[in-house]
Design a protein around this ligand. Sequence first.
Ligand SMILES: Cc1cc2nc3c(=O)[nH]c(=O)nc-3n(C[C@H](O)[C@H](O)[C@H](O)COP(=O)(O)OP(=O)(O)OC[C@H]3O[C@@H](n4cnc5c(N)ncnc54)[C@H](O)[C@@H]3O)c2cc1C
Length: 394
Amino acid sequence: MKLAFSAADEAFRDTIQQWLGAHFVGPYAELRYRGYPGDEDAFVPQRKAWEQLLAREGWTGLSWPKHHGGQALTLEQQVLFYEEYARVGGPGRLGHIGEGLVAPTLIDLGTPYHHERYLPSILAGQALWCQGYSEPNAGSDLANIQTKAEFDPVRQRWRLTGQKVWTSLAHHSDYIFVLARTDRHSTRHQGLGFFLLDLDQPNIHIQPIKQMAGTAEFNEVFLDGAECNAADIVGEPGQGWSVAMALLGYERGVSTLGQQMQFSNEFAQLVAAAQASKRAEEPVIRQRIGRLAAQLDIMRNSALRMLSGLANHAELSRAALVFKLYWATLHRDLGELAVDVLGVDGLQVPSQDEPLSPAQRLFLFTRADTIYAGTNEIQRNIIAQRGLGMPKMR
Ligand SMILES: Cc1cc2nc3c(=O)[nH]c(=O)nc-3n(C[C@H](O)[C@H](O)[C@H](O)COP(=O)(O)OP(=O)(O)OC[C@H]3O[C@@H](n4cnc5c(N)ncnc54)[C@H](O)[C@@H]3O)c2cc1C
């Protein structure tokens, strides 16, 4: 691992801590630990206002280049921000998909039109984005996408027709990026396009899907001739697959460190609950707590190794393949233990009108961690084929 924090970095850490100490107070204090998986619908207007405050004060676009309005921070400085943010229990970032996935994709692969039209509102924390990849018959098998995009040469507009599903936070978003078929005779990875759509139009219908934790963070999105400008395609028609995959590559960005701190916060609450319920005195529970503590350390060090500029090294690329499987499984285990330490109380479900306890929410939602962004089974296939060079099973 190459990462080292200089005296200047430590001074920057102080700046972050001071800023959070001065601003994460008053009306924002109630957002502490809120808005994370299973709790995405919490305090949405307040979290939007928080995003905009971060933006005004220069805490968005941390990795973006200066000429796009970003802060061009070093990797070390970004790591410090995400860790300190999570340490104080800063709320789940509503703008993450736009800032962390869409913007880097547009900066790398977009045109000056894309930069001018979309980056400023992302940077300002004003425009929220969602991801329109999955369809009823295209999840793990994403190349089976059937949504169609047709170009109307008279109106110079693209028209998209089809159905997306499991679209996280579409009901709170302003824009969606959509993978759709530009060549209707094409199959699999060929003939796709990557489109940028304004959700505020009559030909898009969003239908929330209620999840088992009681909330509805994801949605069905029906595109019934939804339209965008001729220029709202990233890359050429037919190149959508490579743009879509480039975007997924940013999912392993520095904000992963914040995720690790969020897990640590959940772990600290779990330990406190285990001590309060006296279950921390039971040998098996102690062992499970000890194992999770070690796994969290491994997760942090693996993330730092991946991020510290060595990612092109073949061995570390293989490590990156393991990372999603590792954190998803760890988080699922954490959710199980959070409920187990409560004993019988963990099984008591409140009445319809009352929310589940944070531990129960964590337990239920962390099942999803092993599904989105590549299921555990798919991750194992990828590790076997790309990491270990094993043959593809038919
Ligand atoms: C909380 C949550 C949020 C999500 N948010 C979004 C979003 O914002 N945008 C978006 O586009 N999508 C989103 N998704 C969808 C997610 O990407 C898909 O659920 C995921 O890719 C799996 O696809 P599927 O649900 O169609 O399951 P399927 O692909 O049908 O898989 C069903 C089961 O079969 C297994 N399986 C499938 N193929 C293989 C294989 N080749 N080998 C071994 N096992 C296999 C899978 O592992 C799984 O257990 C979200 C999902 C969840 C749970």
